[in-house]
Design a protein. Structure first.
Ligand code: FAD
Length: 281
């Protein structure tokens, strides 16, 4: 079942998926799966895959960028995060040369501040402007303030609900409050003139964004909807048909397990589907 959510094991699998998606008018962001590496060599190997991806995106003229996790780039390996900073800085330099973009994914709340600090530092380099962005999670209480700081500096944001298990001290425990905050934050983002990503499969969130854009007369190409590979393909296609920009997050690689488990946890129906298929086989 993991192949429903993961494009394959190799770079070539991911590029093939991106090409096929592009044929449907959808851009992609490529994610080499992996997180919380334990040695510098592992972090560098993870980065090497991204350098190869950036070369391939440029060589094939793909409408694609990359998404990276800082714990995969060695964030846990030194308290100053110097290793991750240097590795991601090289990736952003490469993205600038390739004319594309590095999105730094957001992980659990113990990493929020360090991730924001690192992205702000990278974005402060004038050549990097427009080539590095971040993710903000609507379940965190702090997110409106973080968006104000980041957009004030011109940093592009992907807004998502948030996929990690967080305590009520830092995150809204109730889905209805996360949803209400997602809508507020979507409006906050759309009020800036930056190009942001609204990442959700929730039709109510999509409808709220569309409505806000309509009433405020915001150009529908001023932002993009983002969805995960294999999730709500019908909605992805419908949005493209309506003239919205859509980007799909294409994960690949051998380390699919934690990613896959988060996707199962999001939707009980996925667990049922998996159980039925296991019983059949
Ligand atoms: P939900 O309320 O969870 O779901 C709404 C509806 O969407 C469901 O009823 C169902 O119809 C459909 N749906 C949602 N998930 C699934 C699924 N797994 N399988 C099938 N149907 C589903 N989280 C982070 O914490 N950090 C990140 O950096 C990050 N990056 C992301 C990038 C993209 C492009 C996307 C789309 C999501 C990302 N996420 C990230 C995950 C996100 O935080 C949510 O966990 C996930 O998107 C589910 O939330 P939802 O907005 O789709 O709404």
């Amino acid at each position: 079942m993991s192949s429903r959510f993961v494009a394959g094991m190799t770079i070539e699998d991911a590029l093939r998926a991106a090409e096929s998606i592009q044929g449907q008018g959808i851009a992609s962001t490529l994610d080499s799966l992996g997180e919380n590496v334990t040695t510098p060599a592992e972090a560098q190997r993870s980065a090497d895959i991204y350098h190869r991806l950036l070369d391939a995106i440029q060589a094939r003229g793909l409408k694609a960028n990359v998404s990276v996790k800082l714990t995969q780039m060695g964030m846990d390996l030194d308290p100053e995060h110097s290793l991750a900073r240097s590795i991601v800085s090289d990736l952003v330099d490469h993205a600038v040369a390739a004319g594309t973009f590095v999105r730094v994914d957001m992980e659990g709340s113990e990493y929020t501040q360090a991730t924001i600090d690192l992205v702000r530092a990278l974005h402060a380099k004038p050549e990097n402007r427009g080539h590095v962005g971040i993710v903000i999670q609507a379940y965190l209480y702090r997110s409106a303030q973080d968006i104000a700081t980041l957009t004030g500096e011109g940093i592009r944001i992907r807004l998502c609900k948030g996929a990690y298990k967080e305590p009520p001290a830092v995150a809204f425990p109730e889905k209805k409050d996360v949803d209400a905050n997602f809508i507020r934050l979507t409006e906050q983002l759309l009020d800036t003139s930056l190009y942001h990503g609204i990442a959700t499969h929730d039709e109510a969130m999509v409808a709220a964004a569309k409505e806000y854009v309509r009433t405020k007369n915001i150009d529908r190409h001023q932002f993009e909807f983002q969805m995960l590979y294999g999730v709500r393909r019908d909605l992805q296609r419908a949005l493209v048909a309506e003239g919205y920009n859509v980007r799909v997050y294409v994960p690949f690689g051998a380390e699919w397990y934690p990613y896959f488990m988060r996707r199962l946890a999001e939707r009980p129906a996925n667990v049922l589907f998996l159980a039925k298929n296991m019983l059949r086989s």
